[in-house]
Design a protein. Structure first.
Length: 301
């Protein structure tokens, strides 16, 4: 079953095309890392998934419910932590969570809320107003608020911004535990690639409103994968396949191949032997960062 299904999603602001015939599926139970530079369309996409932003055409379903037709049902299944949010600064943490527990018609007893605060690393006995909290403490409180309805789908935008390394690790552990024990699907958008490598099972790279790359993270980095720019874009990429070299995907004049059990230069010799001519080869085996910049750089060339 898919937690999120998106088909041919089109979104524009005036003459500016933000999401262009976007297709995406996120399996239930995945932690999916959505990557891309500022302006790629990530925030708009998350707003659409949450039912906060309208769109011109396409299909968006959450757990098989159409997002435009079942907002009330979905509000009990999903929650989110935006990158920037403003809590009610005159409240203390317990008052803040109690307020939202009532909005969601969830259990608001003291023990439940204290446990939720402790799970995100906050002191449930701290009675200071939220205005006195640091940025990192506010981020933790925002995550506690996002978990208050025990969502089946959790959408997080830069969840560890403002946290020190210890705080980041604690939030990582909390999200991994939440995913494993409660099978919560998590859609995570961040510029911190280390967070993605630690947390995510699958990644997608969004650029100019299009999904430029998508794959399981354990296939993304580290791995022996190369991209080749074909001399003739009409070349049949299946001719690349051999015992040690496996075609993955093709986009315009670029093909992507996995190399296994053989030195890369020998794999390239096999390509030429099979009549596959290419102008350049780009290694994608260095890191997730290398992969990210390869796909976003290609979009601007």
């Amino acid at each position: 079953m898919y937690a999120i299904t998106i088909e041919n999603l089109q979104k524009s602001y005036g003459d500016k095309l933000v999401l262009n015939a976007l297709n995406m599926r996120i399996k239930t139970g995945d932690i999916y890392g959505l990557l891309g530079p500022n302006g790629a369309g990530k925030s708009t996409l998350m707003g659409i998934i949450l039912g906060l932003i309208s769109f011109q055409s396409g299909i968006v379903k959450i757990f098989d419910f159409d997002v435009t037709e079942a907002k009330k049902k979905l509000s009990r299944k999903i929650n989110a932590l935006p990158e920037f949010f403003t809590p009610y600064g005159w409240m203390n943490a317990m008052e803040y969570l109690h307020f939202f527990a009532q909005l969601y018609e969830r259990n608001s007893d003291k023990i439940t809320l204290e446990r939720l605060l402790e799970d995100v690393g906050l002191d449930s006995n701290d009675c200071r107003p939220i205005d006195m909290y640091s940025q990192g403490m506010r981020k933790r409180l925002g995550l506690a608020r996002a978990l208050i309805n025990e969502p089946k789908l959790l959408i997080l935008d830069e969840p560890t911004n403002g946290l020190d390394p210890k705080g980041r690790r604690e939030i990582h552990d909390l999200l991994i535990d939440l995913n494993r024990k409660k099978h919560t699907t998590i859609l995570l958008s961040t510029h911190i690639l280390d967070d993605v490598e630690r947390l995510c099972s699958r990644i997608g790279i969004l650029y100019h409103g299009q999904l430029r790359y998508e794959d399981e993270l354990n296939r993304a980095a580290p791995f022996s994968r190369y991209r080749f720019e074909l001399v003739n874009p009409a070349t049949d990429p299946l001719k690349c396949n051999s015992e040690h070299l496996h075609f993955i995907r093709k986009q315009d004049r670029w093909i992507e191949c996995d190399i296994e059990g053989i030195a890369p230069y020998k794999a390239m010799e096999k390509l030429w032997t099979n009549g596959i001519r290419f102008n350049q080869a780009v290694a994608l085996s260095g890191s997730l960062e290398h992969l990210y910049f390869t796909y976003t750089r290609e979009a601007t060339e």
